[in-house]
Design a protein around this ligand. Structure first.
Ligand code: PAF
Length: 284
């Protein structure tokens, strides 16, 4: 595995692979590599001749009061893990490689970015789509791999790819969980022992909503209420949203159908956690 820090050198390498007919799979990350990322890398390895993992904590997707400064950074550990996984290139740019002083342009993610996560994190998805578009240009992937835990991010990236006719296939990969059900996330590292013990409540609440749907409950508000009530019993936890939406519109449907999503965001202490379930898809 080679580590490339320069955006120009990364793009040159990607164009050389492309000229040689080799397809690139990109796994974009902000580092603190965990089993969720590893599953994206494994899939990328199976489907492409070359795999690039980017490790870049993107300042543009953090709000002024968010955790940019404290976001977990563990580059040497990440490098060792990615090397073991057989990644071809670890792209690890400094901020000025992605956003030089002359950088001006920003992707406008449109109205979907104002819902759900976007309501609590204004500007977040503009930052995400801007860096993802730039990573696509720099690494020239045939396929790019995103986890379904960040489902709104996945849907917005797909929309950008359609809108701008980008020649990239966006591959959504199932959420990887701890044995007790907690979705893998770099931010889990912030949890105290008590919060960590309480955190599986998110998955339990989603599982019970999924079971209620299977037993015939199809009213979105009823399922949302059930989740809120369950999460309301957890000390130190505040629900930001618990919302059913259709993947095509990001709107709450009249009745839940297979493929609709129930997404939640909570603050457990000061840590923001998100998770979701896709109804009728056995993807928890
Ligand atoms: O999901 C993430 O880790 C980030 O939002 C991404 C896609 C790497 C963009 O910075």
């Amino acid at each position: 595995m080679i580590v490339i820090e320069s955006a120009a050198a990364m793009q040159q390498q990607a164009l050389a692979w492309r000229a040689a007919g080799e397809e690139v799979g990109l796994v974009p990350t902000m580092g603190a590599i965990h089993a969720g990322h590893q599953s994206l890398v494994s899939r990328a390895k199976r489907e492409n001749q070359r795999v690039v993992v980017s490790v870049f904590v993107n300042p543009k997707q953090f709000g002024p009061h968010e955790d940019l400064a404290s976001y977990p950074r563990s580059f040497e550990r990440d490098r060792a893990r990615l090397e073991q996984l057989g990644v071809d290139v670890l792209f690890h740019p400094q901020v000025d490689q992605i956003y030089p002083p002359s950088f001006r342009t920003q992707v406008d993610p449109g109205p979907w970015a104002e819902r759900l996560e976007g309501r609590s994190r204004p500007g977040h998805f503009a930052g995400v789509l801007t860096v993802v578009l730039k990573l696509f240009e720099v690494t020239q992937p045939k396929r790019a791999y995103f986890g379904q835990k960040d489902i709104q991010q996945l849907l917005l990236v797909r929309q950008m790819v359609r809108d701008f006719m980008l020649p990239v296939r966006v591959v959504g990969c199932p959420t990887v969980r701890e044995p007790d059900g907690l979705a893998m996330s770099s931010r889990n590292a912030y949890l105290t022992a008590e919060q960590r013990a309480a955190a599986p409540a998110l998955h339990q609440a989603l599982t019970s909503a999924s079971e209620a749907y299977r037993s015939g409950v199809t009213h979105p508000e009823q399922l949302e209420r059930q989740v809120r009530e369950r999460l309301g019993q957890v000390p130190d936890l505040a629900v930001d949203y618990a919302q059913v939406f259709s993947e095509d519109t990001l709107e709450r449907p009249q009745q839940v159908r297979p493929g609709d999503v129930l997404a939640i965001a909570v603050k457990l202490g000061s840590t923001r956690l998100i998770d979701n379930v896709v109804f009728g898809a056995d993807r928890l």
